[in-house]
Design a protein around this ligand. Sequence first.
Ligand SMILES: Nc1ncnc2c1ncn2[C@@H]1O[C@H](COP(=O)(O)OP(=O)(O)OP(=O)(O)O)[C@@H](O)[C@H]1O
Ligand SMILES: [Mg+2]
Length: 287
Amino acid sequence: MCDGNHPHHHHHHHNAPPSSAGLKIAISGKGGVGKTTLTALLARSFAAAGCRVLAIDADPDANLATALGIPLQLAAGITPVAKMKALAEERTGAQGGYGSLFKLNPTVSDLPKQFCVEQEGVRFLWMGTLDQGGSGCACPESTFVRRLMGHLMLERQDVVILDMEAGIEHLGRGTAEAVDALITVVEPGERSLQTAAQIRQLAADIGIRRTFVVGSKLRDAADESFLQSKIAADELLGFLPYHDEIRQADRNGEAPTACGNILAAITTLRQRLQHLTAAQTTFATAS
Ligand SMILES: Nc1ncnc2c1ncn2[C@@H]1O[C@H](COP(=O)(O)OP(=O)(O)OP(=O)(O)O)[C@@H](O)[C@H]1O
Ligand SMILES: [Mg+2]
């Protein structure tokens, strides 16, 4: 159990970290800001805290596998679920060519095990995209991906972390409503904040309950106060400062290692997230 907590007993104790059972997180932001890096470090942090973690790459141009430390040869052999046409057809029952009827509820409950790669306690699934045909596409692949997402987001004990593109419109309404927190990653600059504002607007439109911002690649105290001046305190989850080790790891095709200051930063982010979302869940289920 995550941090040794019990999901049904919320003791508001200072030392007891709140339970994060069932936490569903989506990570978005402008291109290159550090979404995949944050996803990978957070996923490993939750796993280290004892959570059952599933990290999902929703980017067609995938690289989360590498950031999680999955060896290149193994990563190269993984096919994105969104590209598994034959499987989608089999599971949705559409084999008669374009326009044929298929079942809307394909069986997916047996799939995660079959297509997950596990690396150091983090299960990884390459979804590819969440909705390749735009909202409501009825092709077997899209139906299958939506159905699979619905299933994965309902696994109550799992921490699910979604590495998204900036365009969260790909997040279908069903998935969006299951998301406990959307984290928008920003760099200390106006352009990245503008994208963040657009993402927040979209998030509200598609039914995401809670949004946070994480400041990425901060170089100095001025970067930190810049973001503090631009983002409301209760929305600013925290920071993952610039670390040369993170850049070097990527250059070597390796996972960023969480130690020293990186470990401290990611642990703080993870604990704040657990704390703030647990308060929300407790509030929502009280009475
Ligand atoms: N905190 C950090 N310190 C130093 N370098 C970082 C940090 N975060 C990310 N980077 C580097 O910035 C680059 C982009 O990071 P990453 O791939 O995580 O961003 P992304 O938002 O997922 O990008 P994309 O939009 O292409 O998916 C990588 O080279 C990564 O190593
Ligand atoms: Mg990425």
